[in-house]
Design a protein around this ligand. Structure first.
Ligand code: AMP
Length: 370
């Protein structure tokens, strides 16, 4: 009789499959909540047990950028709550709400794998719960409006929400502030985690937390990038190979600002010009190519802004630095070639890309000039 069969009280039949095939991945220990009352009960338990809760809000289609936030939250808190909810009120009427990637089965697998990784690393905290609400749960009063004049209970943070991204997407930050306020009221985390990639969002949320005396600490984690430097984003899957190659122009424009700053330029006119030169050069190069080869883009903005207020700067003080951010819109591919690798959606819609870097002498030396 094989030794395993002799384990006291364990029927041999249950052991047999383990002898021939590897065990199934462990079922993750996190709980999944779709409604508020059960999550609240669970959160109350954490409070009673004095567990520190960290919260990572997301819209799903998880990538390494999201996972890095979860990892950091697990190092710094006892219980990590992650939400996945594609919030309709932050999409304008002509934006990509209906096509926004929703990939719950893959997201679940990524979270389960991350949970195992955290367990192996023995981090302070683990993924404790996933909040997966629907829109009736999140907006119980009215169907939410995506119109700027539309009715609803909204949080507005102005003038911050009107600048930069807000100028191109007028309802965006009203939607973000509203949903984050709702999430904060539901989860009541000690710490909430956001990515530097969406820099203006971090400003809006910090301002909201301060102005409404919300009892949470906003933690901002660095932007996670692909190997070539492109900032990871759930929307990158729409790009396709041709636009993906050209998309790097935005980061290159931001790096050009960093380089002239490191060489001593401080006035906005020179810093801004450095970025625009890179962008317009590549724009012209693409324009000159045949339609079957080019990937055209529009420049939305390049901003050189104060690190505290996000106000545009005429001159950057060496000791304060600045936040240099930008947005471009990759236009639809005009003539796909036979067999060409197209993104999800067949490269038929425009894809807006944003990125930012912190301008300071230290990072100038470390990141780009060595
Ligand atoms: P989203 O699902 O796009 O709403 O993003 C959820 C959170 O992940 C936000 O705090 C984002 O700033 C953050 N995030 C998205 N992409 C990245 C990235 N490449 N690096 C770091 N954080 C990111």
């Amino acid at each position: 009789m094989p030794r395993l069969r002799m384990i006291k009280g364990v029927p041999s039949l249950r052991l047999r499959p383990y002898l021939s095939s590897p065990p199934e991945p462990l079922k993750p220990s996190f709980r999944i909540f779709k409604t508020v009352p059960l999550l609240r009960n669970d959160r109350y338990e954490a409070l009673v047990q004095r567990q520190v809760v960290g919260f990572v809000p997301t819209m799903g289609a998880l990538h390494e950028g999201h996972l890095a936030l979860i990892r950091q939250a697990a190092r710094e808190t006892d219980q990590v709550y992650v939400s996945i909810y594609v919030n309709p009120t932050q999409f304008g009427v002509n934006e990509d709400l209906s096509s926004y990637p929703q990939t719950w089965p893959t997201d679940y697998q990524k979270l389960a794998t991350m949970e195992q990784e955290l367990s192996r690393e023995n981090t302070r905290g683990r993924i404790h719960a996933i909040f997966l609400p629907n829109t009736t749960t999140m907006y119980p009063g009215l169907p939410p409006s995506s119109e700027i004049e539309g009715d609803g209970s909204f949080v507005t943070i102005t003038p911050l929400a009107k600048k930069l991204e807000g100028a191109s997407r007028p309802v965006f930050f009203r939607g973000v502030a509203t949903v984050v306020m709702k999430m904060l009221n539901i989860v009541q985390p000690e710490k909430i985690y956001f990515g530097q990639k969406d820099v203006q969002q971090t400003f809006v949320v910090k301002r909201m937390v301060r102005d409404f005396h919300l009892n949470t600490k906003v933690i901002v984690a660095p932007t996670v990038r692909e190997d070539d430097g492109l900032a990871m984003s759930s929307r990158n899957v729409y790009l396709g190979a041709r636009r993906r190659r050209v998309a790097l122009v935005l980061l290159n424009a931001l790096k050009a600002v960093q380089e002239v700053f490191a060489r001593g330029a401080r006035k906005r006119v020179y810093l801004h010009k450095a970025a625009m030169e890179v962008l317009t050069k590549v724009q012209k190069q693409q324009q000159a190519l045949p339609a079957s080869q080019r990937a055209r883009f529009e420049i939305d903005y390049i901003s050189i802004a104060d690190t505290e207020t996000l106000d545009e700067l005429e001159e950057v003080a060496s000791e304060h630095g600045a936040i240099v951010s930008g947005a471009i819109k990759m236009l639809p591919i005009e003539e796909p070639r036979p067999g060409e690798e197209l993104g999800i959606g067949g490269d038929a819609s425009a894809v807006r890309l944003i990125d930012n870097i912190r301008l300071d002498l230290l990072s100038a030396k470390l990141d780009f000039l060595t």
